[in-house]
Design a binder for this molecule. Structure first.
Ligand code: ATP
Length: 211
């Protein structure tokens, strides 16, 4: 499977944010999207996820084994961890898993992200890092091949960051892909970097992905 962006141009509020962005990620590959605040990293992830239609160009998924829309093959883990305050940690995860059509075990996912002992706590009681861990558990409960991660290390402690690296490594080994917007130097093993520095608004940003 291959995720391809071709001459992707995206506007928000009437302003072109991304212009002629080009990349391709193969199964098992990773792409780190970097650039200063406001460069368009989140915009790119949202556009890949189908939430922001491009002005021109396209994102397409090649070699998928079904005809489902590409967004059904993706997880978008955004800045906001989408934790429901009034639901327990466990119910939060069940709700998300069912909404995503997943069938993975909730208890094992919570144990994996270090929240096994907190499953009855209301979502509102979680710390920022714990909310991020709960968001990571969604990736495990509803497996999808493409992970779009927006600042995934935000609020994670050192062990949380190590956990994230492990999850990404396992996902890639199983043939998944990861595209991460980041200010941090993510240890994702071999992968490519797409720099959305301001110049890329007028100059095509092209990268070859070495999976
Ligand atoms: N709804 C909107 N209307 C107009 N402009 C918007 C809208 N949403 C975002 N923008 C602009 O798009 C640009 C890119 O925003 P985006 O969130 O993609 O940047 P980013 O690279 O992820 O930034 P950061 O590193 O701060 O998270 C910014 O200049 C932002 O102000």
């Amino acid at each position: 499977m291959r995720l391809v962006a071709e001459a992707l141009t995206v506007a928000r509020g009437g302003t072109v944010i991304l212009e002629n962005v080009v990349f391709a990620v193969e199964s098992g590959g990773a792409l780190s999207v970097i650039g200063p605040n406001g460069a368009g990293k989140s915009t790119l992830l949202r556009s890949i996820a189908g939430l922001l239609p491009p002005l021109s160009g396209e994102v397409r998924l090649e070699g998928a084994d079904n005809d489902a829309p590409p967004r059904e093959s993706m997880h978008l883990l955004g800045h906001l961890d989408a934790v429901k305050s009034g639901l327990s940690v466990r119910r939060n995860l069940i709700f998300a898993r069912d909404a995503l059509g997943g069938e993975g075990g909730v208890s094992s996912a919570l144990d994996r992200v270090g929240l096994g002992s907190l499953e009855e706590l209301p979502g509102s009681a979680l710390s920022a890092g714990q909310k991020r861990r709960l968001a990571l558990a969604r990736l495990l409960c509803a497996p999808r091949p493409i992970w779009l991660l927006d600042e995934p290390t935000a609020a994670l402690d050192i062990r949380g960051q190590a956990l994230l690296s492990e999850l990404v490594e396992e996902h890639r080994k199983a043939g998944g892909m990861v595209i991460a917007a980041t200010h941090a130097d993510l240890a994702f093993g071999r992968g490519a970097t797409l720099d959305l520095g301001l110049a890329s608004r007028s100059v095509p940003a092209e990268v070859d992905i070495d999976a």
